[in-house]
Write a protein that binds this ligand. Structure first.
Ligand code: ZN
Length: 157
C-alpha cells in the first residue's frame, strides 16, 4: 500500500467514525471554532485534573471529512498529556502544516506521528488547510481561554 493511500484510509476512517465525538461530563475548559471558508464548526471540551493533565477531551461539531478527522485524531493524541505537552504537540502540528512536513516532538509514538502526518496532504489544497487546523486552534483557545470563538478566517493557517 502506498503511503498516500494509507494516509487517505486513516483520514476516511476518522472522518466517518470520529473518536471522542461527544461532550465531556464536568469539563472545565471549552472553546468553539468556526471555519467560514468551508462551514466547519467545532466545539472542544477539556477536562484537566489538578495536575493540569488532560483527563478527558472531546468535541462536538459538523463539517467536512478533513475537519472531523483532524479533531478526531487530535483528541485521541492529546488525551493523558499535560497542558504544556499539549501545547508542544499543537505547535509541532501547525509547524508541520506550515513548513516542515515533519512531526518532531518526542511526546508522540511513531504510529501517533503517522496519524498526524496523514493531515500533511492538505498542503496541496490551500483551501483545506484551515479545515485541518481549526480544531487545533480551538484547543489552544480552550486551554488559554483567550477567545470564546475562533474564526479561522482570521488565522494565518
Ligand atoms: Zn472543511
Amino acid at each position: 500500500m502506498k503511503l498516500t493511500e494509507l494516509y487517505q484510509e486513516i483520514i476516511l476512517d476518522h472522518g466517518k467514525n470520529p473518536r471522542n465525538l461527544r461532550k465531556t461530563e464536568n469539563f472545565n475548559k471549552d472553546a468553539k471554532g468556526y471555519n467560514p471558508l468551508c462551514g466547519d464548526k467545532v466545539h472542544i471540551y477539556l477536562k484537566l485534573n489538578e495536575n493540569k493533565k488532560v483527563e478527558d477531551v472531546s468535541f462536538e461539531g459538523e463539517g467536512c471529512a478533513i475537519s472531523m478527522a483532524s479533531a478526531s485524531i487530535m483528541t485521541d493524541l492529546v488525551k493523558g498529556k499535560e497542558e504544556n505537552e499539549v501545547k508542544e504537540i499543537v505547535e509541532d502540528f501547525l509547524k508541520m502544516i506550515k513548513e516542515t512536513d515533519q512531526i518532531n516532538t518526542k511526546l508522540l509514538k511513531d504510529d501517533e506521528k503517522t496519524k498526524l502526518m496523514c493531515l500533511s496532504g492538505v498542503k496541496q489544497y490551500p483551501m483545506r488547510v484551515k479545515c485541518a487546523t481549526l480544531s487545533w486552534h480551538t484547543l489552544t483557545s480552550a486551554i488559554d481561554k483567550s477567545q470564546n470563538e475562533i474564526n479561522s478566517e482570521k488565522m494565518e493557517i
